[in-house]
Structures are given as structure tokens and as C-alpha cells.
Ligand binder design. Structure first.
Ligand code: SF4
Ligand code: SF4
Length: 395
């Protein structure tokens, strides 16, 4: 199975917010010119013949302003019709104006934003005033028909308030997508906010249980992705796939990187869109070679792990950037991945061998136990992982 072709466009590394654990913004970063967008189109014309998704990322991509998107979106969509481009945008929504929303709505750009839970907790982690500004942008975006989903960054602090966070997302009808805070590469205390891998594992199992108990009232995107990985035995998100060669990012000056997380690190530049490099050209760069060394490392280091096919050692950024580019270990979140993949696999096997899952096979209705007399509901049971998987597959 091929991985989707993904190009992240980082129009600027600047950001008006000041989140405590952020590692991806730079003050005074330049903004990408429309000339560079035209060069992206030229670069991609013969680069790969596969459907592409462009994600605008940051820094804060809305700092580029509506005029940028008014030109960039048609250039990319109409300049590359053979790649049938799709779009997405990751933003804190502070600069979402009615004008911006109209430009994005014309291209049905789905929005990913960030909120870490209730206002006090969110602002503790992301700075005073963040919550209100993001929610105001959210209203503007949704009033214009844009679809918005939130990513919640869990830190060592917010982990302790996970129940409250889950309730906040459920109460507001937001699907929950989580991201573990990483050790900051730019702070004197890199571990201050980071979510330790063991706690990340606990959190994923906790969310799996929540997703099952609230099967009809809430969605945890990561749990869906993890279940899909185990069931199909294929990594369906970049963390659990070999992202090298199928994901690239373009920085404000046209520099090409392995993904948005590397943008602004000169040692990770693979080429520049102004030179229209081929895949073979990019393969000559040191950054490419380091990414592929990771892939080979995983083949050996994870060879005895039962999850290797759909885990692939996790995220190469997490694994090799903290060691200055040296491939010494897999993603430090391995502990968490193993824990949740084991949990899903074991539950799935148990349920499959024990009885047909609700809604599959014999078609037992959700929430009914086995053994009840015909016509009478059995004792209420929590749906199992196969109920969730069935739902994901049917979608
Ligand atoms: S380096 Fe990590 S975040 Fe970037 S595309 Fe690869 S898996 Fe995803
Ligand atoms: S769970 Fe850990 S050992 Fe297994 S494939 Fe993933 S990173 Fe490798």
C-alpha cells in the first residue's frame, strides 16, 4: 500500500502566540513570496505522479495574509491538475478574519487548530488570552462553513487533568486529537513540559477506554488511527509509516525539508524549489541519507517487535533530531506505542476468538451482553475494540 504524497508549505516561521512548549516558531521570520509558490508548482510538475495534499503549516501560516492565499490556492490547484491537489491548514486561528475565511472556504480547506482544554488550563500552557482569540477565530471560520478540528497537546501538567480535558472536548462536541508535548530543543529545561513516554502510554490506554465507553458521543482521532493500523496492518498516519520520500516541507525561502518539523534547521535542507530538484537530486542530500539511515535502523532494531509493519519505529524527527542527526535509537515514544498496540491487539484477538463483535457476524446490538433470553436485553456491557474498528472500517 502506498503512502499519500504530502507537501507541507510553511509560509513563515513567525507566530504571534508564545506557547510554553513550542519549538517551531521564530521571531522575525520572513514570509514566503508568491514567486516561491510559483516555483513550488514548477518543481512538482514532473516530480511525482500521485495525488498530493498541501498542508499550510507554521509558525503561524495565517500571518501570510489573505492576499497570499488568494493567489497561492489557485496557483497550486490549477497549476497541478494532474495531482488533484487537496488542501489543509494548521493554525491557531488568531488571524482568521471574514476575508481570510472566504478565501479558504472557496477551496474547502479543512482547518486544524490547537486548544489544550478548558480556558484556565489552555492559557496556562499557551499564554493568557490564547483561548479567547482562538475561539473567536473558530466562530469566524465555522460561520463561513470551514471545518475546524482541534489538536490538544498533553503536557506533564495537563496529563493530571485528563478527565477534565476529555469532558471539555465532549461537552463542546469537538473530536479529540492529541499530541504529546516533546522535550523542547530550544529551552534550558527541555523536559519541563514534555509528556514522558510511560505517561503517554497510560494516556492512550485511558483514551481507548474513554472512546469505547463513549462510542456514540465522542471520537478520539488517535485511537481511531491506532486501531486502523492494527486492523489493516498498515500505518495510516505519518508517525506509523515510512514518511521519507512521501512527505516534504517547503520553508519560506523555498528550502525543501523532510517535514515541517525540520524547517529552519539548515542541516536538514535537502534542496530548494527554485532549482526544481528531482527525487534523485534530493536523495544526494545528507538530510535524505540520514532519514533513510533511520529506516534501515528500524528494520534491524524493531525486527522482533510484533508491531513493526505498522509502527515503523515511530517518528524519525523524535528519534534523530535530539541526537544531532545521529541514528542511535527509535522514537523515544516506543514505550507508549508498544503499550497501546499491545492493548489493541490483545483485546482484538480476545474479542475475535470469543464471539462475533457487535454489528458484525451475528449482528448483536451494541451494549447487549450475550446470554440474555430472546427478546430481552442482556446486561449492559461496554463495547469492545471490534465495535470501534467496525465503525471505522464502515466509514
Ligand atoms: S518526521 Fe515525524 S512528524 Fe514529520 S512526517 Fe515523518 S513521522 Fe510525521
Ligand atoms: S513499538 Fe517500538 S519496537 Fe515496536 S516497531 Fe514501534 S518503535 Fe519499534
Amino acid at each position: 500500500m502506498k503512502n499519500p504524497f504530502h507537501v507541507m508549505i510553511v509560509p513563515t516561521l513567525g507566530c504571534p502566540a508564545n506557547c510554553s512548549y513550542c519549538w517551531s516558531s521564530e521571531e522575525g521570520s520572513p514570509v514566503m513570496s508568491i514567486e516561491t509558490v510559483k516555483e513550488i508548482v514548477e518543481w512538482l510538475r514532473d516530480f511525482k505522479d500521485e495525488p498530493v495534499t498541501f498542508t499550510f503549516h507554521g509558525g503561524e501560516p495565517l500571518l501570510a495574509g489573505p492576499a497570499f492565499y488568494r493567489e497561492a490556492l489557485p496557483l497550486l490547484a490549477e497549476g497541478l491538475p494532474h495531482l488533484t491537489p487537496d488542501f489543509a491548514l494548521q493554525t491557531n486561528l488568531w488571524r482568521m478574519t471574514p476575508e481570510m475565511a472566504e478565501v479558504l472556504a472557496a477551496y474547502h480547506v479543512p482547518i486544524g487548530s490547537s486548544i489544550d482544554g478548558p480556558k484556565d488550563l489552555n492559557d496556562l500552557q499557551r499564554g493568557t488570552g490564547y483561548f479567547e482569540k482562538t475561539m473567536k477565530g473558530y466562530e469566524t471560520a465555522t460561520e463561513h462553513g470551514l471545518e475546524v478540528r482541534f489538536i490538544c497537546t498533553f503536557t506533564s501538567t495537563s496529563f493530571e487533568r485528563r478527565e477534565e480535558i476529555v469532558n471539555f472536548f465532549m461537552k463542546n462536541g469537538f473530536p479529540l486529537k492529541l499530541h504529546p508535548a516533546l522535550p523542547s530543543l530550544r529551552s534550558d529545561e527541555p523536559e519541563q513540559w514534555a509528556l514522558p513516554p510511560e505517561k503517554y502510554g497510560d494516556l492512550l490506554v485511558y483514551l481507548l477506554d474513554k472512546a469505547l465507553v463513549h462510542l456514540n458521543d465522542m471520537e478520539v482521532m488517535n485511537i481511531n488511527d491506532l486501531c486502523r493500523c492494527v486492523f489493516t496492518r498498515h500505518g495510516s498516519v505519518c508517525t506509523f509509516a515510512d514518511c521519507m520520500g512521501s512527505t516534504f516541507a517547503v520553508g519560506p525561502d523555498g528550502g525543501i525539508y523532510p517535514c515541517y518539523r525540520f524547517v529552519g534547521m539548515p542541516e536538514w535542507v535537502m534542496g530548494n524549489v527554485h532549482d526544481h530538484p528531482t527525487m534523485e537530486d534530493l536523495a544526494q542530500s545528507d538530510a535524505w541519507k540520514r532519514m533513510h539511515a533511520f529506516k534501515e535502523f528500524v528494520d534491524t532494531a524493531c525486527k522482533d517487535c510484533r508491531h513493526i509493519t505498522y509502527c515503523r519505529g515511530g517518528c524519525p524527527y523524535n528519534a534523530i533530531v535530539p541526537t544531532g542527526g545521529e541514528v542511535r535509537a527509535v522514537d523515544p515514544h516506543c514505550v507508549a506505542y508498544k503499550r497501546i498496540f499491545d492493548e489493541i491487539t490483545d483485546r482484538m484477538n480476545k474479542e475475535m476468538f470469543a464471539s462475533p463483535p457487535p454489528g458484525m457476524g451475528m449482528g448483536m446490538p451494541m451494549g447487549m451482553g450475550r446470554g440474555g433470553r430472546p427478546g430481552q436485553p442482556g446486561p449492559k456491557t461496554t463495547p469492545g475494540v471490534m465495535s470501534l474498528i467496525h465503525r471505522i472500517v464502515m466509514r
